[in-house]
Design a protein around this ligand. Structure first.
Ligand code: NAD
Ligand code: TYD
Length: 349
């Protein structure tokens, strides 16, 4: 093996696509997937590649400093791609401390372990921190987030991610640690946990349950197919400049209500139901506190410097995504039993 790359959060939604991309594209690299397997982590997401010779799974919690140090000493990674996080805004509103512990303390533990292992010899080393556009706060009806936009997080989730980004930059400035950061817009695709808008609506349409739309549904997000995010991470990990941030987006803004209507249309067609069936389930519910009006990414930098461009249109990506959920209803059934039911009742009923 020429290199060892440690990917954190590789059993989650985006992390599993990043692990697959790296394991299959770089057979000479040893890919270590470090994940605590929280409610959001699922090794089923990696069934197709788990027996590859260049793949190792390690169950560990990034909040545990000594465990993280020991894993770095055992596997001696040359690179880190850090995705492990608590990732759902609504959960951050009910339990902010959990987000500080994993997203802030966990990130600092990883930075310390990388600094200790690499001991100021940073040749060929890189710490890639995967972050979100939510650190920039909310846009009005116009404008885009650039890499120069000031941080202005509003939710406990985005505040914890902003804090972790600041720590990553501080380790570059203070210790010279070679870091890159990507700030990406909303992802969608296979293996997305059904607490987030798109998979939650797919699951509810299949079960004839209400589709909860917060507030007036005019909130706007920029949606990117998850495999395109994984490809962007590959581009930045290998070609980005140390100390730089790169915004990643889908050039694809949708108001929530329009997106859910498009989803309903495609679901009716695929399920052979009369047009308008799923849309009858749309239900406006109490708004999320501190709800950010609009996110939209200016991805000029990653496009011009690294040639990034999404590979699928939203209609194509959404169609692939729905097909995946229809063909993997067992996956949905498994992740929506037990704890999920309790979460759902508390959040919506
Ligand atoms: P996810 O919630 O689906 O997965 C998170 C993964 O991290 C899970 O496998 C979980 O088991 C693991 N994890 C959580 N706490 C851990 C801990 N203490 N120690 C070790 N592992 C732990 O999240 P996701 O949607 O795949 O997001 C991945 C990363 O990308 C996050 O850092 C998130 O902030 C960022 N991001 C997400 C989006 C999005 O739209 N989902 C957009 C931009 C950036
Ligand atoms: P979500 O998928 O939670 O992602 P994020 O909050 O990180 O952008 O939510 C996407 C949008 O959908 C956001 O504006 C909140 C809204 N939303 C609903 O209207 N209803 C829901 O049940 C959920 C989960 C989200």
């Amino acid at each position: 093996m020429t290199k060892t790359i440690l990917i954190t959060g590789g059993a989650g939604f985006i992390g599993s696509h990043v692990v697959r991309e790296f394991v299959t594209k770089y057979p000479d690299c040893h890919i270590i997937n470090l994940d605590a397997l929280t409610y959001a982590g699922n090794l089923e997401n990696l069934k197709d590649i788990e027996h590859r010779a260049n793949y190792t799974f390690v169950k560990a919690d990034i909040r545990a400093d000594s465990a993280v140090q020991a894993i770095f000493q055992q596997y001696q990674p040359d690179g880190v791609i850090h995705l492990a996080a608590e990732s759902h805004v609504d959960r951050s509103i009910t339990d902010p401390t959990a987000f500080v512990m994993t997203n802030v303390i966990g990130t600092v533990n990883l930075l310390n372990a990388a600094k200790e292992l690499w001991k100021n010899n940073y040749e060929g080393k890189r710490f890639h921190h995967v972050s979100t556009d939510e650190v920039y706060g909310a846009l009005g009806d116009t404008g885009l987030f650039t890499e120069e936009t000031s941080y202005d997080p509003h939710s406990p989730y985005s505040a914890s991610k902003a804090s972790s980004d600041h720590f990553v930059r501080a380790y570059q400035d203070t210790y010279g640690l070679p870091v890159v950061i990507t700030n990406c817009s909303n992802n969608y695709g296979p293996n997305h946990f059904p607490e987030k808008l798109i998979p939650l609506c797919i699951h509810n349409i299949l079960n004839n349950r209400p589709l909860p739309i917060y507030g007036d549904g005019k909130y706007t997000r920029d949606w990117l197919y998850v495999v395109d995010h994984a490809k962007a991470i590959d581009l930045v990990f290998h070609g980005g400049k140390n100390g730089e941030s790169y915004n990643v987006g889908g050039f694809n803004e949708w108001q929530n209500i329009d997106l859910v209507k498009e989803l309903c249309k495609q679901m009716d067609e695929k399920l052979g139901r009369p047009a308008g069936t799923a849309a009858q389930l749309i239900t406006f519910v109490k708004d999320r506190p501190g709800h950010d009006l609009r996110y939209a990414i200016d991805a000029t930098k990653i496009n011009q410097e690294l040639g990034y461009r999404p590979s699928v249109t939203f209609e194509q990506g959404l169609s692939i995504t729905i097909d995946w959920y229809l063909n993997n209803q067992e996956w949905l059934d498994n992740v929506t039993s037990g704890d999920y039911q309790r979460y759902y009742e508390k959040q919506y009923e």
